[in-house]
Design a protein around this ligand. Structure first.
Ligand SMILES: Nc1nc2c(ncn2[C@@H]2O[C@H](COP(=O)(O)OP(=O)(O)OP(=O)(O)O)[C@@H](O)[C@H]2O)c(=O)[nH]1
Ligand SMILES: [Mg+2]
Length: 240
């Protein structure tokens, strides 16, 4: 019967890096059920950052980036011999379990994530993460815009009003009403990331009878991301 498992041999291209993007399933409902603060809930972001960290460590990732209910994980060492079904199903279920483990709450329904795989070359890594970071900014403007409008108008009116506005209209409109989006917390505009950093360790070498400096890497969650540039990814050694 093994021949019926027709997708099991589907693999990512050999020697390719991949990005796995996970996205919360129907998290607008989950947000309602858990009464998440609108537009940004600090506890939710704290939990998502821990899910990122768990994924990063479990799958020895190079870089993880998250905003809203999505996580992108860059992998150099592709697990499960590159088997698509295995990667997608394990990553999505691992993320959902991690999410539940870190959330101190009663769920109405089991949370789930979807998962997709994007083969990527070094030249496209910056472009990919810039694309997601731009989306984070769009999400920041839109969600602040709709939250403000809903505090003034009915839901239907608010939805109607925002439809006719582009990003800079919303930005301007919020500014006129005393909300300067440039002042909101960095993570709301630019998202959060997990990657390895080096720290300097000074230890005493008994044999040489002197202090010696070495570097040890540790996993770092960055809540103060810059706008992504080539320099940023080169500095953290994600690209050469
Ligand atoms: N209140 C609140 N909601 C959030 C927050 N972050 C994410 N969300 C919700 O998560 C949703 C994520 O958007 P989508 O992924 O497009 O929508 P979804 O409902 O998850 O639908 P699918 O991904 O298609 O299953 C947002 O629309 C919000 O409703 C937050 O900090 N606060
Ligand atoms: Mg979603």
């Amino acid at each position: 019967m093994k021949e019926f498992e027709v997708y099991s041999s589907l693999k990512v291209p050999k020697n390719s890096k991949i990005i796995v993007r996970l996205d919360g399933r129907s998290f607008h409902k989950l947000a309602r059920d858990l009464k998440l603060v609108k537009p940004y809930d600090d506890d939710f972001y704290e939990v998502m950052s821990k899910v990122c960290r768990d994924l990063f460590e479990e799958f020895s990732a190079e870089f993880a980036y998250s905003f809203s209910d999505e996580i992108s994980l860059l992998l150099n060492n592709v697990p499960f011999e590159g088997r698509i079904e295995k990667i997608n199903s394990v990553m999505a279920s691992f993320a959902a379990s991690s999410f539940v483990m870190h959330y101190d709450s009663e769920f109405k329904k089991p949370p789930a994530f979807d998962s997709r795989i994007i083969p990527i070359t070094d030249e496209d890594i910056l472009g990919y993460f810039k694309w997601r970071q731009d989306e984070s900014w769009r999400n920041c403007v839109n969600s602040h815009g709709i939250s403000y409008l809903k505090s003034k108008y009915s839901n239907a009116e608010a939805n109607d009003k925002i439809k006719g506005m582009n990003l800079s209209d919303i930005h301007e409109f919020l500014f006129e009403n005393g909300i300067n989006l440039n002042d909101v917390e960095n993570y709301k505009k630019r998202g959060i990331a997990v990657y390895r950093k080096n720290k300097k360790v000074i230890g005493f070498n008994k044999k040489a009878n002197k202090n010696q400096t070495s570097y040890r890497s540790y996993v770092y969650t960055d809540w103060q991301l810059p706008i992504f540039t080539e320099e940023f990814f080169k500095d953290i050694k994600v690209i050469q």
